[in-house]
Design a binder for this molecule. Structure first.
Ligand code: NAD
Length: 503
């Protein structure tokens, strides 16, 4: 069966109409072979506006459904995802080129956030606060916010939607999703899966609660500019965030920005090198270097550099690259030619700055339009461009350090601030790294790599990563509005701060 046929058959099984997959302007290709697998119709700006209006109408009904009941819809969504994990995981592998365990892992992450959100649906609580006025009670109440816009990137085509949607739905919001134009089919699959859950939930799930806008950035711009969208959670490049952020600020809408990363690790003298090696290999080469949390920079102490480097090089030279649908390779394809060209450009620049490259060449698999590469390890004399920028491909720049403070400074001396890790058995070093003057990232790990975050913790980063937090901890608060309520149950009207105003 061709990939196109398999794709159509999975989508049909999930409930996506066959005629939606052809005849449109948006050509969808599988990076596995480069072949076209669908041609979808992009939504017009007018229809995107109508979809947002419909979602707003749905929100007005959904907000009246009690939180724990809203949680039941998300519980059903989790059940449907469990039932269709194999198909959706396979579709992620087809559309993004992830190896099977990562395709399935992405769906598992969706299931995990649904479980998290179901519990959360009974814990959307505020504080009761001491008041200075006798006979008064002061408290805060959290209310549903409205239509939540979700813009997602190609590399986590379904998990990022679920991080937002599961929380938004239990918080009483409707969701309008603009998936990446490179991965719209997995979005159609999620929409179909959501519809199954909504049908089982019954009439209390209003029509239009989830809308999917198929299209490129123009569709995203409608969402960003629409006055009925009080929050846009946008995941993608820092370039995208620079465009979206100010536009949202202009109309005082909230932004959850989840942008690029340039993540680093520090390998200290006491590090367990076996453990570090495995963590570095997965962090830097996994998902073909196309995770926002991919390890891109490594600072290795001079005392362990010569012990670690040869082993790392060996791992780079022996890692299997290949078709993720047909082989057990650990590294699948890059998303497209542009990604390949960017990688080659960065490697050339690194070499011009004295970088010594291992790997990096194209891996031919017989498909001219598919872009597989051998991951690249680059020994750099210092941290100069292109090391300071995110190149969304499997390149790991390795640098030697002698002084811990200097390594920390270099670690923090880039624009992005997403994820970081340290490999050490020295308590002072690990605590420094996690402390106030340590890593400046939103995620800081000890003795595990930079990637592979789990549901439960807040996910996101600082600086040019955008500052947004999603998924765990109290990230739900972004999806609700807070009202402070003061109730006077006395017979007097004392004013705060001792102000008197007797009429
Ligand atoms: P991208 O920025 O090209 O596109 C992301 C999404 O934004 C797409 O849906 C695109 O259509 C939309 N978009 C682009 N410009 C827009 C605009 N002006 N207005 C509205 N929408 C717009 O990113 P990509 O290539 O799909 O993904 C890779 C990037 O995403 C990397 O930089 C990676 O680090 C980042 N990423 C970040 C996280 C995170 O959580 N921090 C997660 C995944 C990916």
């Amino acid at each position: 069966m061709t990939i196109a046929k398999e794709t159509a058959s999975i989508l049909e099984k999930l409930g996506v109409a066959k005629d939606a997959l052809s005849g449109g302007d948006l050509i969808v290709r599988s990076p596995v072979t480069g072949e076209q697998i669908a041609a979808l119709k992009s939504i017009s700006a007018a229809d995107a506006g109508k979809a947002i209006d419909a979602a707003h109408k749905a929100f007005q009904a959904w907000r009246l459904v009690p939180g724990p009941k809203r949680g039941e819809l998300v519980r059903l969504l989790g059940e449907e995802l469990r039932a269709h994990k194999a198909e959706l995981g396979r579709l992620v592998s087809i559309e993004v080129g992830k190896i099977p365990s990562e395709g399935l892992g992405e769906v598992q992450e969706m299931i995990d956030i649904c479980d998290f959100a179901v519990g959360l649906s009974r814990q959307l609580y505020g504080l009761t606060i001491a008041t200075e006025r006798p006979g008064h009670r002061m408290m805060e109440t959290w209310h549903p916010l409205g239509v939540v816009g979700v813009i997602s990137a190609f590399n986590f085509p379904v998990a990022v939607w679920s991080w937002n949607a599961a929380l938004a739905l239990v918080c009483g919001d409707a969701v309008v999703w603009k998936p990446s134009e490179k991965t719209p089919l997995t979005a159609l699959a999620c929409e179909a899966i959501f519809k199954r859950a909504a049908k089982r939930f019954g009439a209390d799930a209003p029509e239009g609660l989830l809308q999917v806008l198929i299209g490129d950035r123009a569709a995203g711009e409608v969402l960003v500019d629409h006055p009925k969208v009080p929050l846009v959670s946008a995941t993608g490049s820092t370039r995208m965030g620079r465009e979206v952020g100010p536009r949202l600020a202009k109309r005082f809408a909230r932004a959850v920005l989840e942008l690029g990363g340039n993540n680093a690790g520090i390998v200290c003298p006491t590090a367990d090198l076996d453990m570090a090696l495995r963590a570095i290999a997965f962090g830097a080469m996994g998902t073909a270097g196309q995770r926002c949390t991919t390890l891109r920079r490594l600072f290795v102490h001079e005392s362990v550099y010569d012990a670690l480097l040869p082993r790392l090089k060996k791992a780079y030279q022996s890692v299997s690259v290949g078709n993720p649908l047909e082989t057990s390779a650990l590294v699948g394809p890059l998303i497209d030619k542009a990604a390949f060209d960017n990688m080659q450009k960065a490697l050339k620049e690194a070499q011009a700055h004295g970088g010594k490259v291992t790997g990096g060449a194209r891996f031919e698999n017989g498909h001219a339009e598919a872009y597989y590469v051998h991951p690249a390890l680059v020994e750099m004399p210092s941290q100069v461009s292109p090391v300071t920028e995110e190149t969304f491909a499997p390149i790991l720049y390795v640098m030697k350090y002698s002084d811990f403070d200097e390594a920390l400074d270099l670690h923090n001396a880039v624009g992005a601030g997403l994820s970081s890790s340290i490999f050490t058995r020295d308590l002072q070093e690990s605590e420094r790294f996690l402390g106030v003057d340590g890593s400046d990232c939103g995620i800081a790990n000890v003795n595990i790599g930079t990637s592979g975050a789990e549901i439960g913790g807040a996910f996101g980063g600082e600086k040019e990563t955008g500052g947004g937090r999603e998924s765990g901890s109290d990230a739900w608060k972004a999806y609700m509005r807070r009202a402070t309520n003061t109730v006077n149950f006395s017979k007097a009207l004392p004013l705060a701060q001792g102000v008197s105003f007797d009429i």
